[in-house]
Write a protein that binds this ligand. Structure first.
Ligand SMILES: Nc1ncnc2c1ncn2[C@@H]1O[C@H](COP(=O)(O)OP(=O)(O)OP(=O)(O)O)[C@@H](O)[C@H]1O
Length: 843
């Protein structure tokens, strides 16, 4: 055993060498173990002793944290432990590292000294294994040693503390430093412990800081209190007192709310307190006003007492109100008013003035009064002024009063009364006889224009007297022409009036006859439904005025029954309707049959009244042809006709073009079901309305059917539509006019121009196909200033016209729009059929 030990010892200092030379793993363990053994058994060997001490220290160290570290390191990256570098296990051979790894892992797991394990792993048996030296001392000897030196040092050596060398100390420190720098593995408990310590330190620091702050605040408060004593004389004491009081209250156990109220009342006004409460305490809110559909137009979200500005600021309680009197005066101040207020000064001045000064003052007063009289005179209403004193401003006001608007150059002033017009007195006499006291608006403006021989487009609401507005200038025009005789009557009439329907043509004839018979003029109507021969017979004596429907007139012209060689005055009544009915070609044919020698030039001369009223040439009395168009509606389709045949026309519009007359109350009922319509029709006809009444339908067969039904109910009904004979049509109208019928059931044939007195109700059993026809239909009532009612049954199919109808009802002040129509999808946007613009006005 000693030999073996000796062998080992000889190899002791060269552990590395021995290991490197021994690839065998078991041998390496032997060498390793031997090396360690000899090192410890070095006894007095200086180095060995140190080694021993190191080993002891190392063991102590290992028992502590290093063991964990080592175990961790070993198990983590498989590298050799620190002891290996000391040479005790040394070497970098992989086999050895494996061995160390295993040991390190086990150490970490068991928490035992790895050295013992190394011994166990060595080839030494239990008996041969050297004993561990006691930890407390370094003097114990190894159990065996093959070294002679050891043998000689058998006697106990007095213990001597050898100071550690400087190099080793540095090395040791270096190692410790490295160890500290390396990452340390901490158990969960240790980490928790560290976190607790850290937190407690933070809490401690916070408390310390709070104490410091509190201390500072107390110091500040006491300092401020001292200052407040000085400030009392400046009035700050009340605020401080309030705060003190609040503190006292708090001390006395008052509630927070009471306290806040007390404080608020000191600093804030009542309103402010309320608003603060509302903001922070959620005080109950006033209910917000919900605006109802039928409420007044302007509804505000606030009440008058919601205005807090008055209460908050005394400045606003006595507001200054601007003293402005009357508009139109300089700086808004009326001199008259200020004069009366200055009477005091006037009296004072009168007392103080000398005689000469008083005389001068009187003179000045007279001048002022004179000036005032002049101003007052000039400011008179147009109705108080003679014609020659009418100013431009007066005419403007006059036109505004009658809703007259004109387009075109050199438009003459309107007529205020019949006597002021330049119309022949014989005509005026007839006007008086007919009973037209005052001219209607369209007559006021269209007659003077017509008298200037200007072309006119006249647009005025239904029943507004358009017939007379073209008839009167026409009569005047004919007056200036040579009397019709045997010679010139073969050249045809002087004037031609075209109308879309026979009824309208005949009605115009009757109206014309009122005037013409008195004036000695002859009027003849040429309409369909009557024998051409009869009409030719009527023309045997010639006629100054012919009223015709385009179709029959064309027929007559083609058959040479009539010629238009001297026709110089042309009227197209309801021109839009003629085009609608497809008469445009016929109208063109007729107008082309007029002589071209007297057509007006398309220059500014056409607007020159002096030139247009004169004869074209000196040797004859021929005049320029005058062409006019009149209707209540004037859609753009008429523009083509107007452009071709009218020269520089003056466009006169009364009110808004296409608008229904304001005297008609329009009502709409949404009914689609036929049975309901019939029931409602009977209910209305037998209700509040007095005869005559007119019911409009869209189909001829509906006319007869409804008339039968109405007749069955006890009312007397008659019908008017295109399939009736002319006699039946005329009879129907005559019966309604003379009261033999109560109800006229008609198609649109009766929609235009038919003038029956006192029609109380127009009922659109079927809605008209377009808004123009609707306007004319409802215009059969409320004529010549009288009032009437128009009721329309609107079906869901009438989508094409809903938008225009809604717009028309909205414009009227006395119309009611049902919710069904107001909210109907088709009433929201313009519909229209075939791209045609509805209700438009080009002129
Ligand atoms: N100045 C007037 N004073 C009183 N009544 C008048 C006046 N002018 C016309 N009238 C009467 O007013 C009614 C309507 O006149 P007229 O038929 O000419 O109207 P309108 O505008 O042509 O109507 P519509 O557009 O329906 O054809 C007639 O009965 C007519 O006698």
């Amino acid at each position: 055993m000693s030999n073996r030990q000796g062998d080992y010892r000889r190899n002791g200092g060269g552990a590395y060498r021995g290991r490197s030379r021994s690839p065998d793993r078991s041998r390496a363990r032997d060498l390793d173990g031997g090396d360690r053994f000899s090192g410890r058994g070095g006894g007095r060997d200086h180095r060995d002793d140190r080694d021993f001490r190191d080993a002891r220290e190392s063991r102590d160290y290992r028992d502590g944290r290093d063991r964990d570290y080592r175990g961790n390191r070993d198990s983590r990256d498989g590298k050799g432990n620190k002891d290996g570098r000391d040479g005790r296990f040394g070497g970098s051979r992989p086999d050895m590292r494996d061995n160390r790894d295993y040991r390190g892992f086990r150490d970490a797991r068991d928490g035992r000294d790895s050295r013992g394990d190394s011994y166990r792993d060595s080839k030494y048996s239990r008996d041969d294994r050297p004993r561990d030296p006691p930890l407390s001392t370094s003097t114990q000897q190894p159990e065996a040693s093959g070294d002679s030196t050891m043998d000689t040092d058998q006697s106990p050596v007095p213990q001597r503390k050898v100071p550690i060398s400087l190099e080793e100390l540095i090395k040791k420190k270096e190692e410790e430093k490295q160890a500290l720098e390396k990452p340390k593995f901490l158990t969960k408990e240790e980490r928790a412990q560290l976190a607790l310590e850290k937190r407690s330190k933070e809490v401690e620091e916070q408390r310390r800081q709070q104490d410091l702050d509190r201390q500072k605040r107390l110091e500040f408060d006491s300092k401020a209190r001292n200052e407040v004593v000085d400030n009392n004389r400046y009035g700050y004491d009340s605020r401080i007192n309030a705060r003190d009081k609040a503190e006292r209250n708090r001390a006395a156990g008052k509630t927070n709310n009471q306290e806040t109220e007390d404080r608020s009342s000191v600093f804030l006004g009542e309103k402010e307190v309320e608003s603060v409460k509302k903001r922070y305490m959620g005080i109950e809110e006033k209910e917000r006003k919900v605006r109802k559909r039928n409420d007044k137009k302007f509804v505000f979200d606030w009440n008058a007492d919601d205005d807090t500005s008055r209460d908050l600021n005394p400045i606003y309680t006595h507001r200054h109100s601007a003293q402005l009197f009357g508009r139109g005066h300089f700086a808004g101040i009326e001199l008259k008013d200020s004069k009366t207020r200055d009477q005091f000064y006037d009296k004072l001045m009168a007392v103080r003035r000398s005689d000469s000064e008083s005389a001068r003052a009187t003179e000045l007063d007279d001048l002022a009064a004179q000036r005032e009289r002049k101003v007052n005179y000039a400011d008179r209403h147009w109705s108080d002024k003679p014609l020659d004193q009418m100013k431009e401003r007066d005419w403007r006001i006059f036109k505004e009063d009658f809703n007259i608007s004109c387009k075109g150059g050199s438009i003459p002033n309107p007529i205020r009364r019949w006597s002021e017009s330049t119309v022949d007195t014989r005509i005026l006499t007839v006007i008086d006889k007919v009973g037209y006291k005052e001219p209607t608006p369209i007559q006021r403006q269209a007659i003077p224009i017509g008298l200037q021989n200007r072309d006119i487009i006249g647009i005025a609401e239904t029943g507004s007297g358009k017939t007379a507005s073209f008839l009167i200038p026409m009569l005047q025009f004919i007056f200036d022409l040579p009397k019709l005789n045997e010679e010139n009557m073969v050249h045809g009439p002087y004037a031609l009036i075209l109308a879309p329907t026979r009824e309208l043509a005949q009605q115009i004839e009757q109206e014309s006859l009122k005037f013409a018979t008195h004036l000695g003029f002859n009027c003849v109507s040429i309409v369909g439904g009557h024998a051409v021969e009869d009409q030719a017979f009527n023309l045997r004596n010639g006629a100054e005025i012919i009223i015709a429907t385009p179709g029959r007139l064309k027929d007559c012209l083609e058959r040479r029954i009539l010629v238009l060689n001297q026709c110089t005055y042309v009227v197209m009544d309801e021109a839009d309707r003629m085009i609608d009915m497809g008469f445009e070609a016929d109208v063109n044919f007729i107008l082309d049959a007029l002589p071209v020698s007297n057509s007006k030039p398309d220059t500014d001369e056409a607007e020159d009244a002096s030139k247009m009223t004169m004869a074209i040439d000196d040797d004859s009395q021929r005049k320029y042809r005058q062409t006019t168009m009149f209707s209540a509606t004037m859609p753009p389709a008429v523009e083509r006709l107007a452009k071709k045949y009218l020269r520089r026309p003056a466009v006169v519009t009364i009110g808004t073009a296409g608008q229904a007359v304001e005297t008609v109350e329009q009502r709409v009922e949404m009914i689609s079901d036929e049975n309901r319509k019939r029931n409602r029709l009977m209910e209305l006809l037998k209700g509040q309305f007095a005869p005559p009444m007119i019911v409009f339908v869209n189909q001829k067969k509906s006319c007869d059917m409804l008339a039968k039904m109405i007749n069955g109910s006890g009312l007397r009904a008659t019908t008017l539509h295109g399939s009736k004979s002319q006699e039946q049509r005329e009879l129907a109208l005559a019966q309604l006019k003379n009261g033999k019928s109560d109800v006229l059931v008609a198609t649109d044939v009766a929609g235009r121009g038919i003038d029956i007195q006192n029609v109380s109700l127009v009922l659109n059993y079927d809605m008209a196909k377009n808004i123009e026809d609707y306007t004319h239909r409802i215009g059969r009532t409320g004529r010549a200033g009288r009032s009437g009612v128009a009721i329309t049954f609107l079906a869901n199919d009438d989508t094409d016209v809903m938008y225009d109808l809604k717009q028309m009802l909205m414009k009227s002040t006395i119309a009611t729009i049902p919710a069904d129509l107001r909210n109907h999808e088709a009433a929201m946007t313009r519909g229209g059929v075939g791209g045609r613009r509805r209700g438009g006005d080009k002129f």
